[in-house]
Write a protein that binds this ligand. Structure first.
Ligand code: AMP
Ligand code: GLY
Length: 422
């Protein structure tokens, strides 16, 4: 099969690494990809939200299957575009329909969905400029801190958490009236703050049945001890120690199954991944958010733990044999450390030469913001993810951190405390 992966991060490199190992994989194209994916297949530089450009690529490389990495093309309706195009409708696209992608594309839609299907989540209400005064009253009725979420996609920046009631009201006004996040914040979800430890659970589904992938925890803040600005993610571990078999069974019963049943009841076509962003509140898992894709850097920790042929599972989604396929997971624990550019998540410089990559033999390297063939340079804020296996989390971390020392570029930064709270 000829496979096209859309995206350019560590997630897509991890997918490419796994798919390239499948005996069913013939040609592997990554668009636009990075210096890491280029070593496993062919990078083609297109704008993945330009669906006509994706179509040209699919037809000229005789692609049989498209795996969509990030959320934007899904929310923009790439699945439906393929379905409605005479030449593309027979090509398998792993990702939900635009209706399904609203689970991530609209916080309001996701909250209504959870309410409708009895899925545990924080208490909430949605406000627009028409009822902003009720929004101020709702804030008054909640204890501090206050959680405000832009309804639409806001590049991961649309969630504000405020301690002070007046600050929270000011923020609500700034989001709705001053359009702080553009159209994305013309609607705002205000919700109850939940206190607990976060974890991510992932499934692959054909829309009817599903398989639960290993759990993971990511570390979003730039600073050690979870301080400072939010980033795309500075590291991850898999599995999450407290998410044992009984806990995951509870998540399955109360969250995963009702979600799949809810999609069916609502007549929403869904093939692909669901990423459940959960918070554990005194033993009770609640949904913080849905994502309609895998996480980054969680994928870099989760995919290496999958023993089964991932492409074979995807083929099952397409030909109706998904439920018959097995999913085998290795016992080893993984730790992923993200090396980032100086200044990230604010402004940073690109084009710094990366040294030491060839010295890494004990860890897997998943490139993120990198460019080049032999002379590899930085090309983004998150540069490279280092994933190591271990019999224990300590062992995995030790190997990953040893290798983090060996890779160098000007301004290299990383968090030294991934997994500190587990
Ligand atoms: P989201 O984009 O919805 O994942 O929110 C970003 C981050 O904000 C989450 O990873 C949580 O750390 C935090 N967050 C979101 N909603 C809540 C909530 N209701 N209570 C506590 N923290 C939250
Ligand atoms: N690491 C969080 C995410 O991918 O959304």
């Amino acid at each position: 099969m000829n496979i096209l992966i859309l995206g350019s991060g560590g997630r897509e490199h991890a997918f490419a690494w796994k798919i390239a190992q499948s005996s069913s994989c013939n040609k592997l194209i990554i668009a636009p990809g990075n210096a890491g994916t280029n070593q496993l297949g062919t990078n083609i530089d297109i704008n993945i939200n330009d669906f006509d450009a994706v179509k040209d690529l699919v037809l000229s490389y005789e692609i049989d299957m498209v795996l969509v990495g990030p959320e934007a093309p899904l929310v923009n309706g790439i699945y439906d575009f393929f379905q409605q195009d005479e030449k593309l409708s027979s090509i398998s696209l792993i990702g939900p329909s635009a209706a399904g992608a609203r689970l991530e594309g609209s916080k309001h839609f996701a909250k209504e969905f959870m309410q409708r299907h009895n899925i545990p989540t924080a208490k909430h209400k949605t406000f627009t400029k028409e009822n902003i005064n009720e929004g101020y009253e709702f804030i008054d009725s909640l204890p501090s801190p206050y959680v405000l979420k832009a309804d639409g996609l806001a590049a991961g920046k649309g969630v504000m958490i405020l301690e002070n009631v007046d600050e929270a009201k000011k923020e609500l006004k700034s989001m709705i009236i001053d359009k702080k996040f553009g159209e994305a914040s013309s609607k705002v979800v205000v919700e109850e703050f939940l206190k607990g430890i976060e974890l991510s659970v992932f499934i692959i589904t054909d829309g009817t049945t599903y398989k639960i992938l290993p759990s993971a925890k990511d570390y979003k803040r730039i600073g050690e001890g979870d301080t400072g600005l939010n980033t795309g993610g500075m590291g991850a571990v898999s599995p999450v120690p407290f998410a044992d078999r009984f806990y995951i069974e509870k998540v399955e019963r109360e969250i995963i199954k009702p979600t799949i049943d809810g999609l069916k009841k609502d007549n929403i076509k869904y093939k692909g991944f669901i990423f459940f962003g959960l918070i554990n509140v005194n033993g009770q898992p609640k949904v913080i958010e849905y994502n309609v894709r895998m996480g980054d850097p969680e994928t870099e920790a989760v995919i290496p733990r999958i023993k089964s042929d991932l492409l074979n599972l995807f083929k099952g989604i397409d030909d109706g044999t998904f439920s018959e396929k097995d999913l085998h997971i290795v016992d080893d624990i993984t730790a992923t450390i993200m090396l980032v550019s100086a200044g990230y998540p604010n402004d940073y410089k690109k084009g710094k030469v990366i040294n030491g990559l060839e010295d890494i033999t004990d860890s897997l390297l998943f490139h993120s913001g990198t460019i080049g063939d032999s002379n590899i340079k930085t090309n983004g804020g998150r540069v490279i993810a280092i994933t190591a296996y271990g019999n224990t989390l300590e062992e995995a971390k030790e190997t990953a951190y040893k290798d983090a020392e060996k890779i160098n570029f000007e301004g290299k930064q990383y968090r030294g405390d991934i997994g500190f709270d587990l």
